[in-house]
Design a protein around this ligand. Structure first.
Ligand code: NCD
Length: 311
């Protein structure tokens, strides 16, 4: 496994499966792992808001016996005074053993990795990638659907700016998905370069573009909902026009398969009605819980501790 995790393709399929296996083992026997990061420090640098990603990493490190330093608001760091990312990273190398960072600019974690001798984990860079959400999603799929292969997945919502979709779709393609159904308003379609990439590298995967979820929901094994990424819109008017475009409710769920699962990286805003939270097919809260275990697995692997200690 490479030193840093910047984009999903930094992990091979075998490495993804290995992390899922470690995640399952930690889930089953958390006490076995509660000291593997004793004395280690994770720096959590969030230049953009977060609830799940930041706190699931914090919890993951604490449950492994390690410590956390960092900031959840870049305005409290020297970035506010104009310090460059490169300088921040150089210094954090003296203070910590591993860095988790989220940044509004695409490519920032990649740049950071060029100045870092310790592992950098990308916790989301602009509309680009979010590899640890992808691991969370794959872990969830593997636990509910047993395999990562051969599914029909409906990606719904903001496919243009949503980094979770951009990361997940590339990775799932590598696990021989059967079909991707891309459900979004025209203005929020999956970027053409990604469609071209999928068609070129995975010509066997069927890609269908749909405007309305109710037309295609019956086909999906996995319904992956996403939030409209308001903060990445260039003008408020465009946002307001689209903000309520998609709402998954009881009526639509009647048409979904009995064994389908509904996922969402969260936060939800207007995409999933609260009335379906009790539907056994809704797994989005469980998904955020599973994120802790797969992040614990990732930290142990990247720090080479526990079973991965170099003797
Ligand atoms: C996502 C993100 O930050 O990209 N959230 C998360 O990490 N769980 C999705 C979103 O903000 O819509």
């Amino acid at each position: 496994m490479g030193k840093h995790l910047i984009e999903p393709k930094d992990l091979s399929n075998d490495e993804v499966i290995e992390l899922i296996n470690i995640g399952n083992s930690i889930y089953a026997n958390p006490a076995d792992y509660s000291h593997v990061c004793n004395g280690k420090i994770l720096a959590s640098l969030f230049f953009e808001p977060s609830t799940r990603t930041k706190f699931s990493f914090d919890t993951a490190m604490i449950r492994l016996g390690g410590h956390i330093i960092g900031f959840a608001d870049a305005d409290t760091s020297s970035a506010k005074k104009g310090e460059s990312l490169a300088d921040t990273i150089r210094v954090m190398n003296f203070y910590s053993d591993i860095i988790v960072m989220r940044h509004p600019k695409e490519g920032a974690p990649k740049l950071a990795s060029e100045y870092s001798d310790i592992p950098i984990i990308n916790a989301g860079d602009g509309g680009h990638n979010h590899p640890t959400q992808t691991l969370t999603d794959l872990f969830t799929i593997s636990r509910y659907k047993k395999t990562l292969n051969n599914h029909t997945i409906a990606f719904v919502g903001d496919l243009k700016y949503g980094r979770t979709v951009h990361s997940l779709i590339k990775t799932l393609a590598g696990f021989n998905s059967k079909k991707f159904i891309l459900v979004s308003p025209l203005e929020l379609s999956l970027p053409q370069f990604l469609i071209d990439y999928l068609k070129l590298n995975y010509p066997h995967i069927e890609i269908q573009i749909a405007r309305y979820l109710e037309d295609v929901i019956h086909e999906a094994d996995i319904i992956y909902m996403t939030r409209i990424q308001k903060e990445r819109f260039f003008n408020e008017e465009d946002y307001l026009k689209l903000k309520n475009s998609f709402l998954l409710d009881k009526e639509k769920m009647k048409k979904a398969k009995n064994d389908a699962i509904v996922m969402h990286p969260l936060p939800r805003v207007n995409e999933i009605s609260y009335e379906i939270d009790d539907d056994p097919r809704s797994v989005y809260f469980e998904q955020s819980k599973l994120g802790v275990y797969i992040r614990m697995a990732l930290i142990t692997k990247m720090l080479e501790v526990g079973d991965y200690a170099i003797s």
